[in-house]
Design a protein around this ligand. Structure first.
Ligand code: ADP
Ligand code: MG
Length: 330
């Protein structure tokens, strides 16, 4: 080989090593927020842990009913409050999804969630009289946002954004990362995920759909399916982690806001893929209320995809999915 060829080869090797060495590292940040865990992985020159923390704190200060100083708590306590931009954004999206699901998704479900013992206040004994009296105060059409204030028809009405806030938190962290030029990331809060670009093995991000095994501790994690996703959001709602038994009946933490009762059907979990995580999160909960057939109709109209796991009469489990879902796990 000619000398100049050898030199060129050496130059190429050195250049490649330098390029690889200059690649920003992947950072992982884990913590606790909204009563659950978050796990964020991103490729960046800078460590953005402080920015992640403050993004999540500001969502919590707006939307967490467990936070005594949050905007949503002030609204639930009927204190005169100007809402922030995050609250307005989530409120508008929640109302849109309530409309699209005929009220199956409804953030005014709070008094019922609390009564059934799944909310931010202690549960009471629930009977049909209690349910009927609380239903008067539930209904997304009885609240509106005007001049940055929530107007309630009934002071007893309370809001619960638990079924959309985790997804929204993921979206906010993703926006923050984008603003720092980060292009490869995976943001997960309590099982709701936003992913973009590649993981540290230069592959698409893998996101597992859990097998719906009854498990309050959340420690069993057998996977039903693995999704390969980039540039989309995924959220799962299920009744196998948060539930309790009463008189031998399993009560799910998803409530049908139209009847006032926890949903009781064969659907065990609904996983939704959408362009943003707040949307995926809210529809996943709505689909647990409306069941598979209606959910598939909505998926067609809204250009979202879904994967359902349900129990069969024989005691086993089976799955259904939209056509578009298949490409994420093939
Ligand atoms: P998970 O990630 O545990 O499945 P979800 O995102 O489905 O949680 O949200 C469930 C929570 O949403 C409940 O604990 C309750 O606070 C609230 N919720 C229950 N039913 C509804 C409903 N029909 N519409 C909106 N929020 C609901
Ligand atoms: Mg949800």
């Amino acid at each position: 080989m000619k000398a100049w060829k050898i030199l060129f080869l050496i130059f190429l090797i050195v250049a490649s090593v330098l390029i690889i060495k200059n690649e920003p590292p992947y950072h992982t940040d884990r913590g606790f927020i909204f009563g659950t865990y978050y796990n964020i992985c991103y490729k960046s020159k800078e460590n953005l842990q402080h920015e992640i923390d403050s993004t999540l704190k500001s969502v919590d200060n707006s939307l967490s009913p467990f936070n005594k100083r949050s905007v949503i708590t002030a609204i639930n306590e009927n204190r005169d409050t100007i809402v922030d931009a995050q609250f307005s954004e989530v409120f508008a999206l929640a109302q849109e999804i309530s409309n699209a699901t005929d009220g199956a998704f409804d953030i005014t479900v709070a008094p019922l969630v609390n009564a059934w013992g799944f909310g931010f206040k202690q549960g009471i004994t629930v009977d049909s009289i209690t349910v009927d009296s609380l239903l008067q105060y539930v209904g997304y059409k009885s609240v509106e946002l005007a001049d940055n204030k929530v107007i309630k028809q009934h002071p007893q009405t309370m809001l619960d954004c638990s079924a959309i806030a985790k997804g929204y938190g993921c979206d906010r962290v993703a926006r923050m990362l984008e603003s720092y030029g980060v292009k490869d990331y995976m943001v997960e809060i309590g099982g709701e995920v936003v992913s973009k670009g590649k993981n540290n093995k230069s592959k698409q991000w893998s996101i597992g759909i859990s097998k719906p095994t009854d498990d309050k501790s959340g420690t069993i994690n057998e996977l039903q399916e693995i999704l390969h996703i980039s540039g989309k959001s995924v959220a799962t709602s299920g009744n196998y982690r948060n539930y309790r038994y009463e008189d031998g009946r399993k009560l799910s933490h998803t409530i049908d806001p139209r009847t006032g009762y926890p949903v009781a059907h064969t659907l065990l979990s609904a996983t939704v893929i959408a362009n943003d995580c707040a949307t995926a999160d809210a529809y996943a909960t709505a689909f647990m209320v409306i069941g598979i057939e209606k959910a598939i109709e909505i998926c067609k109209q809204k250009e979202i995809d879904a994967y359902f796991i349900y129990s069969t009469p024989e005691g086993g489990i089976s799955t259904r999915e939209t056509d578009g879902m298949k490409m994420y796990h093939k």
